[in-house]
Design a binder for this molecule. Sequence first.
Ligand code: FES
Length: 380
Amino acid sequence: MPTAALLGFAEFGMTMTARARTDPQWMRAMKARGVPADAHRAKLRAALKDWAGPSWFAVVGLVFSIAQVRNWRQRHARFKVTYADDVMIEAPIGMSVLEVSRMARRAHMSVCGGRARCTTCRVQIAGTAGELPEPGELEAAALRRICAPNDVRLACQLRPKVDVTVQPLLHPSLVTATHHAVGQEFGEEQEVTILFVDIRGSTSLAETRLPYDVVFLLNSLFAALAEAVEKSGGYYSNFTGDGLMALFGLDRERAEGARAALRCALTMFETLDSLNDRLVGELETPFAIGVGIHTGEAIVGRMGPPKTPILSAIGDSVNTTARLESTTKELGVPLVVSVETLHAAGIRTSMPLEEVSLRGRAGTMAVAALDKASLRRILI
Ligand code: FES
């Protein structure tokens, strides 16, 4: 009730009380007006008056108690999840099956972290004690993508209100004990800054030099590039014969990761200059590199043969970075950085951006075409 209305009631009550005290005649008239002339009705009215107050309190109390009981029941309502190995876990209604697995410290794959994007948490429903909620839009779309049968649901999206028996479909023995390890081993979607380097002229080098020479020269260059990645706090990822990929921001803030990748590119250019100086008598043309940098979502995890896996990334952002690196040739610069990376690094530059079309991407992408000097300027 609005405060002004309450104040009005209080004001009126005080006025009436004051008048009743100072004007007994008025008070008697008021009382007489409220008493029916008929004695039977007057008695009934008096009885009602005695009951009205307590009854009102009783009704309010009843409504309040019903609401409390309902809340308590909702808070304490539970359901059970039974797994294929007959382990049964009880949980409050509202939890997803994946949350129940995590609460019970059961290994349950969930590569995308419960965002209905990877479907690795999928379970087969082996039985229920009633109706399960229908899949929402996200879950239905993900299940359609993998052509899942009707009895398959995403554990991260399914929040049962009745007991349910489930069978996780990706084999739990594949999953290691800790969530961190699961993320690294099976991939985890996260926002990273990716850097691609391509060594220019490595093919002609191989054609004009003895193989031992080529190995020595390329290894010198790779050592210099890998050192730049390490110094900048990045993770050396793929080695592709004439290039490498590095990841930044895996264990630090997005802004820091983006800035580290840009600093890494600068260190690479500087290291390359000193390497070229050292090898001046050895090389017909100095080493040159093209670098592409982009920030976006990627699946990051350990990939490769079980005994020698490397931390790598896959996804659209990785492909985009590789294509940005290719555009360095078209734009005639050693470095192309996406506007996403500039924004992630908190760099607001007044330099004109280029709009480039990348293979496999609709529309154009805004990028900064940089050389060593302009990169140094934006990093100051
Ligand atoms: S955890 Fe990825 S879809 Fe459920």
